[in-house]
Design a protein around this ligand. Structure first.
Ligand code: COA
Length: 163
C-alpha cells in the first residue's frame, strides 16, 4: 500500500486543499491529511476544530473506491510522523512561483532529515490557485462571500467565529 502525507496548518481547510487530496487519491492508496498544531502560526481555529472541519469536509467527498483518506493531528517532526505511518512521500501544493522558495527549503530540510522520503509537488486546479486560508479568513471577517473558496461546513464555522 502506498501512503502519502499531506501536511499543513489547514486554518481552515479550503477547496484548494480538498482539490489536492482528490488528486493525491489518484496516485496513492492512502492519503493522510496531517494537521500541524503549529503554535508559531497562532492559528485562529483550535486544533480540535481544524480536525473536525477537515473530517467533515472530506467525508462528503466521493473518493475512488479502495482509497483511504484520513485526518490526523501532527505534533513534532513531519518526517517522524511520515515514518510512523510508513509513508514514502510528503505532498505539498504549489500554487504560484511565490510558493517555491519556502517549499524548496522545506523539501530540502526534510530530505536531509529523512533521505528516503520524497516530497512531491502537485498544482491545484487553476480556479483554486489564488486561495489561501488567511485570505479566506480575511474575506469572511470583512463580510465577503466565501462560498466558492471553502466547503459548506467551513463557511458555517467562519461565519460563526467572525460574527
Ligand atoms: N490550496 C489553497 N491554499 C493552499 C494550498 C492549496 N492547495 N496549499 C497551500 N495553501 C496555503 C495555505 O492555506 C496557507 O495559507 P496561509 O499562509 O494564508 O494560512 C499557506 O498556503 C501555507 O500553509 P500550509 O500549506 O498550511 O503550510 P504551512 O506552512 O502552514 O505548514 C508545515 C507547514 C506544517 C508543513 C510545516 O510547518 C511542518 O512540516 N511542520 C511540522 C514540524 C516540522 O517537521 N518542522 C521541520 C520542517 S523542515
Amino acid at each position: 500500500m502506498t501512503t502519502v502525507i499531506y501536511p499543513g496548518t489547514f486554518d481552515p481547510i479550503t477547496n484548494g486543499h480538498t482539490d489536492l487530496v482528490k488528486r493525491a487519491t489518484t496516485l496513492f492508496d492512502k492519503v493522510i491529511l496531517a494537521i500541524a498544531v503549529n503554535p508559531a502560526k497562532s492559528p485562529v481555529f483550535s486544533i480540535e476544530k481544524r480536525l473536525e472541519m477537515a473530517n467533515t469536509a472530506l467525508s462528503s467527498i466521493d473518493f475512488p473506491s479502495q482509497k483511504s483518506v484520513q485526518v490526523c493531528e501532527l505534533e513534532g517532526l513531519l518526517v517522524n510522523f511520515a515514518k510512523d505511518h510508513q509513508a514514502k512521500a510528503i505532498l505539498r501544493g504549489l500554487r504560484a512561483v511565490s510558493d517555491f522558495d519556502y517549499e524548496f527549503q522545506l523539501a530540502g530540510m526534510n530530505r536531509k532529515l529523512a533521505p528516503d522520503i520524497e516530497t512531491l509537488f502537485v498544482t491545484p486546479s487553476e480556479k483554486y490557485a489564488y486561495i489561501s486560508s488567511s485570505l479566506v479568513r480575511e474575506i469572511a471577517a470583512l463580510g465577503g462571500d466565501v462560498t466558492d473558496f471553502v466547503p459548506e461546513n467551513v463557511k458555517a464555522e467562519l461565519l460563526r467565529i467572525m460574527s
